[in-house]
Design a protein around this ligand. Structure first.
Ligand code: HAM
Length: 417
């Protein structure tokens, strides 16, 4: 028997309504903010991600699913930002419309060690606003992410923000961190010893207790920001305060991808557990468009992991699939079966969910089936009903039943839905 690949999931029909709810809510909230959907391919050239996420990041080093074909190497996309920037440049969107506000919903792939809330194929709902350096758009996307969580009904999350400053500030911060950690290097975990050389910022969000203790003692503050970057951050904070958005400033928040500068943020939830407590995350990436051979322009975005949203939503018993108003048609005898075909088609065409039994079950067995399907109504058509031009309609909610003229059935069902 074949099994699904470790770290991937089948999303079965009993879960699909929760997914569709999340997607529908997102579409409507994004539209209200004037974001438009973009769909990019699931595969891209490997080098797109190497160049944008950074050669030394964990994703590029260890987590890309690569496909080799003759002389080409493609990567299953590990995230959406790089692809969207590639599409923005390739389709000359800077020339046709300048400022682009895009959202996306779709699968991403990372070869991680699977565990709760960490998959190898997972799904992002995210957005990218490309074309502005102004702090106003940082605020817009943070508020947008907050509105999404509110609309999903998720409670108990924390918004954590920081500013990495510009790339020179980031460089200065990296250097000071190297100096500060130099003497404690041998006390770091094995991964962080390696990170010290390759990607020192990642040490700041290592979950190892010994590393956490060392980091705490460093007393990191945002003091290495230059004046314009500090002003940008102050402006973001002032607007969030004005809008009464609750947030915490976390100088340790650095994010794992190289493209970030200035504002970075995470939406955290304790119900996800300590290891991966981010429902979603994002930030500014003002150099990426230029770095991928596009124009010089600022950009900011974020992405939520849908599986993590659902983990919390299901624990909080929200976005529960709503009971459908299924009508189950039971026909008894060949004539009724034939007449039933048209009735079933009429019910469905009127926009009501309807199903029937095609196997000639007895009335008792068909009623059992209707129960299993949580049908709201059972419509029974036997030879007597057929002669009279009526159908027996049983309301499963209160077990009452009545005879309804076949010609009036859909109107009656619509009125009761
Ligand atoms: P990221 O932090 O790598 O950022 O991913 C965003 C979210 O995706 C995470 O907070 C988490 O909820 C979810 N996620 C990440 N990896 C996994 C996984 N293996 N399994 C399940 N869920 C996962 C980005 O990808 C950036 N592109 C976000 C962004 C957009 N920044 C600017 N624009």
């Amino acid at each position: 028997m074949f099994k699904r690949v470790s770290g991937t999931r089948d999303i079965l029909p009993n879960e699909i309504e929760s997914w569709q709810n999340i997607e529908n809510i997102s579409r409507s909230i994004f539209s209200c903010h004037n974001y438009h959907q973009i769909r990019t391919p699931l595969i891209e050239e490997e080098s797109l991600f190497n160049r944008s996420l950074g050669e030394s990041t964990e994703i590029v080093q260890k987590q890309m699913f690569l496909i080799k074909r003759e002389h080409d190497v493609f990567a299953m996309r590990p995230e959406g930002t790089a692809s969207i920037v590639r599409a923005y440049i390739e389709n000359n969107i800077d020339k046709s419309q300048g400022f682009a506000k895009y959202y996306y919903i779709g699968p991403m792939f990372r070869a991680e060690r699977p565990q709760k809330g960490r998959l190898r194929q997972f799904h992002h709902i995210g957005c990218e606003a490309i074309g502005s350096y102004g702090p106003g758009i940082d605020v817009e996307v943070i508020v947008l992410a907050d509105s999404l969580l509110k609309a999903y009904g998720i409670k108990g999350y924390r918004i954590v923000i920081n500013s990495l400053g510009c790339f020179s500030d980031k460089q200065a911060f990296i250097l000071s961190l190297k100096v500060k950690l130099q003497e404690m290097r041998s006390d770091l975990c094995d991964d962080c010893k390696d990170r010290y050389e390759r990607n020192i910022l990642r040490i700041l969000d290592c979950k190892n207790e010994a590393c956490q203790k060392i980091i705490k003692e460093l007393n990191i503050s945002g003091s290495s920001r230059c004046e314009p970057c500090q002003a940008h951050f102050n402006s973001v904070r002032q607007s969030l305060d004005l809008l009464k958005i609750d947030y915490e400033v976390a100088p340790n928040l650095v994010r794992g991808l190289d493209y970030y500068n200035r504002t970075v943020f995470e939406f955290k939830h304790s119900e996800l557990g300590a290891g991966q407590d981010a429902l979603g995350a994002g930030g500014r990436y003002d150099s990426l468009v230029k770095q991928l051979d596009g124009p010089e322009t600022g950009a900011v975005g974020f992405a939520f992991g849908i599986e993590r949203l659902l983990l919390v939503a299901n624990q909080q018993a929200i976005i529960a699939p709503k009971e459908g108003n299924l009508v189950y048609l039971v026909t008894l005898g060949d004539d009724a079966k034939n007449a039933g075909l048209q009735i079933l088609s009429d019910i469905r065409q009127s926009g009501i969910i309807a199903d029937t039994d095609y196997e000639g079950k007895s009335l008792k067995a068909a009623m059992r089936k209707a129960n299993d399907l949580h049908a709201r109504f059972v419509a029974i058509l036997g030879s007597d009903e057929l002669k009279e031009g009526v159908i027996t309609l049983k309301d499963m909610a209160n077990s009452s039943q009545e005879k309804v003229k076949i010609a009036e059935l859909t109107r009656k069902l619509k009125g009761s839905a």
